[in-house]
Design a binder for this molecule. Structure first.
Ligand SMILES: O=C(O)[C@@H](O)C(=O)CO
Ligand SMILES: [Mg+2]
Length: 258
């Protein structure tokens, strides 16, 4: 049975961020993920996890200047020093929070720029992170983002993510398969899951087209959860969706998995 992680960036927005840990635990979650921890000291977040009996399973490196159109800096040529400081800071948080994986946010390639240069920069930074994180047993995730969510992100197809992971060829670099993006770009989700199974480090779910609870829309999640069990996937499944109304009102789908 999949181990579901509440995504505290998208879920439980009825309460301020630090109160979402308790809300997730009360709703029956044992695991959490969210985009970024950096607004809070490690000790404060660690206390929230411990108080509520939760395990942190994922967070991301920085988004960069989000207001200025960035969405990650690990692929930006000329920003390598900053990206590596950011990768090091993420490592400190991962160690402090006992979090076993970090998503390396690549970034947006502005139209007209040399995409190959961004790709090379990303590969170099992922290899750097791999080396830094390996002694601590922390894995690195690569996630393809669909243009619906982030136009011009470095890579949008799961098959591009696979190609990158194979090229980088480091034993602690895995794919974060977000079925919402995958359905928007690639489709054929059963075949895709089987194709990626050796490299799956994390899964995320939401309905398509509306990115709501996984109980509506064009993806059959009951089938996919069964498939994940069948291929022996033992990682986590992050609930990265925008609740239709309130978070609690939409958790009917989760009842059978608690
Ligand atoms: O799907 C997403 O958007 C996220 O998983 C993320 O980490 C940043 O884009
Ligand atoms: Mg995602």
């Amino acid at each position: 049975m999949p181990k579901f992680a509440a995504n505290l960036t998208m879920m439980f927005n009825e309460v301020p961020f630090l109160e979402r840990f308790e809300a997730a635990a009360v709703a029956g979650f044992k695991y959490v993920e969210y985009l970024w921890p950096y607004d809070y000291p490690v000790q404060q977040l660690k206390a929230k996890l411990i108080e509520n009996g939760l395990q942190q399973v994922l967070f991301n490196t920085s988004g960069g200047d989000i207001g200025g159109g960035e969405w990650g800096i690990c692929a930006l040529p000329g920003r390598e020093e900053e990206a590596r400081r950011d990768i090091d800071r993420a490592l400190e948080y991962a160690i402090g929070l006992n979090c076993p994986r970090v998503l390396l946010m690549a970034g947006v390639v502005p139209p007209g720029e040399d995409k190959e240069e961004y790709r090379r920069t990303f590969i170099d930074n992922v290899r750097y992170a791999s080396k830094q994180y390996r002694p601590y047993g922390i894995d690195i995730m690569l996630e393809a983002l669909s243009p619906e969510v982030k136009p011009n992100y470095l890579y949008s197809s799961q098959y591009q993510a696979l190609e990158l992971a194979e090229l980088i060829d480091c034993d602690n670099v895995y794919i974060q398969l977000d079925y919402y993006h995958a359905q928007n770009v690639d489709g054929n989700l059963s075949r895709l899951t089987n194709r990626l199974k050796q490299r799956l480090g994390h899964i995320q779910i939401a309905s398509v087209p509306d990115r709501h609870e996984p109980d509506e829309g064009e993806i059959n999640y009951v089938h996919l959860f069964g498939l994940l069990d069948a291929i022996g996937y033992e990682g986590f499944v992050g609930c990265e969706y925008q609740p239709r109304t309130t978070t609690q009102a939409g958790l009917g789908w989760f009842e059978q998995y608690k």
